[in-house]
Design a protein around this ligand. Structure first.
Ligand SMILES: [Zn+2]
Length: 210
């Protein structure tokens, strides 16, 4: 693993999905955290356009940073749908800086939003593992559970309401089954679909990468 000077406010550590970048000092909202660095790829050059990895950060239609290099510590930053940092892109300078959008406390994992293109291509098929999405799923499960329990309880006490409650519960169940099926289908088709898309366009480049 690359060594990081003590003066920096972050370290590489274990996260839910592998490795991640964590604050070691308080980072103020708006402060620059780290630059996203790597060789500049020019999509007009065939050899550059052929480069494919998960750390490509697209700056504009022409230029992309290949962030897969060892020196690029920013590549350890994971995606979040509700992040505490953002990527600040200066297309003119071809420079990308990761900046805090909230006050970040020591120990917090640093995250930014990778953008819709990356999300659709890499995260949606397997289900986003960020805190916001996991929290949302847990809430949905709890709500479905509560609804089923309410329907059960209503069935015993209030007769008039039973029909409604039952219908709702059944609906939730049906939706869940549908979702499960969709997830299964996604898991099966995810790889070929991604490959096909990338092969056809050659431009299916993620906005950036984890
Ligand atoms: Zn998410």
């Amino acid at each position: 693993m690359p060594t990081i000077p003590d003066s920096k406010p972050y370290r590489i550590g274990r996260s839910k999905t592998g490795l991640g970048l964590f604050a070691t000092k308080p980072i103020k909202k708006g402060a620059k955290i780290i630059r996203y660095i790597g060789p500049m790829l020019d999509c007009r050059k065939e050899e550059d356009d052929a480069v494919e990895n998960k750390y490509l950060f697209q700056i504009n239609k022409r230029w992309t940073i290949d962030g897969s290099v060892r020196e690029n510590i920013a590549r350890y930053i994971n995606h979040s749908c509700k992040p505490n940092a953002e990527s600040d892109v200066s297309a003119r300078k071809r420079k990308v800086v990761i900046r805090a959008v909230k006050n970040i406390a020591p120990g917090d994992e640093i995250n930014y939003d990778y953008g819709t293109e990356y999300f659709k291509e890499y995260l949606k098929p397997i289900g986003c593992k960020c805190d916001a999405c996991e929290h949302k799923r847990a809430k949905q499960r709890a709500a479905a559970r509560a609804e089923r329990q309410a329907a059960k309880a209503n069935g015993k006490t209030v007769k008039a309401k039973t029909g409604k409650a039952k219908t709702k519960a059944t609906k939730t169940k049906a939706t869940e089954a549908k979702k499960a099926k969709a997830a299964k289908t996604n898991a099966k088709t995810a790889k070929p679909a991604t490959k096909a898309k990338r092969a056809v366009s050659g431009k299916g480049r993620p906005a950036h990468a984890a």
